[in-house]
Design a protein around this ligand. Structure first.
Ligand SMILES: [Zn+2]
Ligand SMILES: [Zn+2]
Length: 259
């Protein structure tokens, strides 16, 4: 992927490899614009993310490595922020970064993509869970806090699929994304999970394209070797739907390039 904006660091406590190893892996795979977007701090589920007092260190490390390798690659700085309306924090929302990815990993405090809590899937109506998920994505877009929607249909991670029409369920979310001038990412982490396909599905991507919603790409790497895996698949998916440009952000301003 020539642009790859979703990548983590060890500060989140569930990734491995040095920041430099990520950058070297990105350079080796031909990435032109590479962004770190580690899990932002939040006063909820603090184990899986950096602490507030680590933000400065994270930002300084990314800016320093960007300077060191600026002749070879453009390195951008961002955060992946959990959208939990009661836990939003100004220090993150107003951080001096290139972009913020907004992601939904929790529904009423339930970490639905965490294998530890998979049992809860069996206690609920799957269609209701899916609708609740897309309603939360819609609220996130309406908050206008973020630039990029992280893994738009993460709810499919364990392949508990609904009976209802997924595109209809996601329609209001996509309209809100369009209205907020947000970008959606094609995230390859899904290829590494039970569902074994990109986020989002082709059907959702087609609707995004019809609405003229721009895209970006993300490895969602939690180790350097995961950078640029499944590039062929995800670029083919984007092209098959009609996309020709990929968007990235510098200081919260959108730019795009052909891919
Ligand atoms: Zn993570
Ligand atoms: Zn995520």
């Amino acid at each position: 992927m020539i642009v790859d904006l979703h990548n983590h660091t060890t500060l989140c406590n569930h990734a491995e490899g040095s920041i430099e190893d990520y950058v070297l892996s990105a350079i080796e795979s031909g990435t032109k614009i590479f962004g770190f977007s580690d899990h932002a701090p939040m006063d909820f589920d603090p184990i899986y993310r950096m602490h507030f007092d680590e933000m400065q260190n994270y930002e300084a490390q990314v800016r320093a490595i960007a300077e060191k390798y600026k002749e070879k690659i453009t390195i951008l700085l961002g955060y992946e922020v959990d959208y939990l309306s009661a836990h939003m924090d100004e220090r993150v929302l107003h951080a001096d970064v290139d972009y913020l990815i907004g992601s939904v990993h929790f529904l009423e405090g339930w970490g639905f993509d965490n294998p530890e809590f998979i049992g809860k899937w069996h206690e609920q109506d799957i269609d209701e869970v899916w609708q609740n998920y897309f309603d939360t994505i819609e609220q996130m877009a309406k908050s206008k806090f973020f630039d990029i929607v992280g893994h738009l249909d993460l709810i499919k991670v364990f392949k508990f699929m609904p009976q209802g029409d997924i595109v209809a369920m996601a329609k209001n979310a996509l309209l809100a994304i369009k209205d907020a001038q947000m970008v959606i990412e094609l995230n390859v982490a899904g290829y590494r999970k039970d569902v074994a396909e990109a986020y989002p599905s082709k059907a959702l991507l087609e609707m995004a394209f019809a609405l003229d919603i721009p895209i970006t790409f993300g490895s969602d790497a939690h180790k350097p070797q995961q950078i640029n895996m499944f590039e062929k698949e995800v670029v083919a998916l984007a092209r098959s739907v009609g996309y020709k440009e990929v968007t990235y952000f510098v200081k919260r301003q959108a730019f795009s390039m052909a891919f």
